[in-house]
Design a protein. Structure first.
Length: 440
């Protein structure tokens, strides 16, 4: 029985969602996703052509025994670019929380275009000598810095423009990764199948990077035409003086937990990207083998991510992601055991498709979950730092760690062990989110 003074509780009227709200949300999906697609297209192309890039930039001239070293250096350069991601997250995320999402998004896509251009035009070791490897390193560092601010800023922009169904709208960040995976794998399959070895190593590998440059100006134009988010406009009177300090010190339990949760999403992507190298060098399958699975995984991710986002809006992101993590732990070892015992193009494709389904199921609700962990005035900084620390620790070094594990241990099962360990870490992070922060 309520006290007389309290009176009846009156629910606040539900906000009416207008056609203008829906239109703004759809435009935000395009503006956010196109930069995300460019970032991932560049990453996937680099990983897919790792064997070619290794031979042209990292293997000792005239050395036949330097292939393993070249692969490690190729993925090592890839990994080093991830060390700068947290710096990009701090600089660009803080800028977005102080000055707005739109300006930060414009800057990130311009930096991405510069990095992709350098990759497309990079002179090889045969032309420039050992310094050619430094050119690749510079390109990867620029990409890493810009990518550090891309996810958090784009996700904040997307979620803050969504009137409802935030997990669904946020899932398009993941769906566009499927588009990037599909396009990059199509390029890989087509170029490896129809070009001669000399043509592929001479100019063919550059084609997808030049294609990526076509995406950039379109994304830049769209982002310049977008308005700032309603949430940021409302928060202008309550902006943090130092979003970086507020995030690192006051919100440290939140971003550390988020970083752990990011682990499985990240390693799922990079394990799929590692497959073309794994197929050729370790399973001795044709060079096109890993690309077929990448094509299908891209389609699965494009279709599956929005469906997983809708499911997360109904039952909660944590529930969906915990289910995916448990399944990942259960199936990883059997999948790789079957693949190693009977390596074939069909089996490899099947493994990649299963990984793609699990990635879509786990990754799709993640943007909305991370966004909900931070208030508007530190949202971009919080998401950027947590996401990029997680990606750097668990994903960016994954191709290098996987290549090293397989080479040093001689066990072709090594990728499954790494995948299981990261899945357990992320599962623990989700438990903390549920029990400590009340996320469902």
């Amino acid at each position: 029985m309520s006290s007389p003074a309290s009176g009846p509780v009156v629910a606040a009227p539900a906000r009416v969602i207008t056609a203008e709200d829906r239109t703004r949300a759809r435009r935000a999906v395009v503006a956010s996703s196109i930069g995300n697609a460019l970032e991932w297209f560049d990453i996937i192309v680099y990983s897919s052509f790792a064997v070619v890039i290794s031979a042209l930039f990292f293997e000792p001239a005239g050395s036949r025994g330097g292939q393993a070293t070249g692969i490690l250096l190729t993925f090592g350069t890839f990994a080093v670019s991830y060390l700068i991601r947290p710096l990009g997250a701090m600089v660009l995320g803080s800028y977005a929380d102080r000055h707005g999402r739109k300006g930060a998004l414009t800057l990130t896509i311009m930096l991405m275009m510069v990095g992709t251009l350098i990759m497309a035009c990079a002179p090889t070791t045969a032309v420039m000598g050992p310094a050619a490897a430094l050119v690749i390193l510079v390109a990867r560092l620029i990409q890493g810095f810009s990518a550090g601010g891309e996810f958090g800023t784009a996700t904040a922009f997307l979620i803050e423009n969504a009137p409802d169904k935030k997990a669904y709208y946020g899932s398009w960040q993941v769906a566009t990764q499927g588009v990037a995976m599909f396009l990059a794998s199509v390029f890989g399959f087509t170029l490896n199948t129809f070009l001669s070895h000399d043509a592929l190593y001479s100019w063919g590998w550059r084609v997808p990077f030049f294609f990526g440059l076509l995406i950039g100006p379109i994304g830049l134009y769209i982002r310049l035409k977008m308005e700032e988010t309603p949430d940021f406009h409302q928060a202008r009177g309550n902006l943090a003086k130092s979003p970086l300090r507020a995030t690192l010190i006051q919100a440290s339990p939140r971003w550390l937990t988020c970083a752990a949760v990011v682990g499985l999403a990240s390693v799922s992507v990079y394990l799929i990207l590692f497959m073309p190298t794994y197929a050729v060098r370790n399973l001795h399958l044709p060079s096109y083998a890993g690309y077929l699975g990448g094509i299908i995984s891209g389609i699965v991710t494009l279709i599956g991510a929005p469906l997983a986002g809708k499911l997360a809006d109904r039952i909660g992101p944590v529930r969906v992601m915990m289910t995916a993590a448990v399944i990942a732990v259960a199936v990883a070892y059997p999948l790789f055991a079957i693949l190693v015992a009977s390596p074939s193009v069909a089996m490899l494709t099947g493994v990649q498709v299963v990984l793609g389904v699990l990635m879509a199921l786990y990754f799709a609700p993640l943007p909305a979950l991370l966004s909900d962990m931070f208030p508007t005035n530190i949202r971009t900084t919080g998401m950027s730092i947590s996401y990029n620390v997680g990606v750097t620790l668990f994903g960016g070094f994954a191709p290098l760690i996987l290549a090293w594990l397989v080479t040093s241990t001689g066990s072709l099962m090594a990728p499954s062990y790494y995948y299981i360990v990261i899945a357990l870490i992320s599962l623990a992070g989700l438990v903390v989110m549920r029990r400590t922060f009340g996320k469902r």
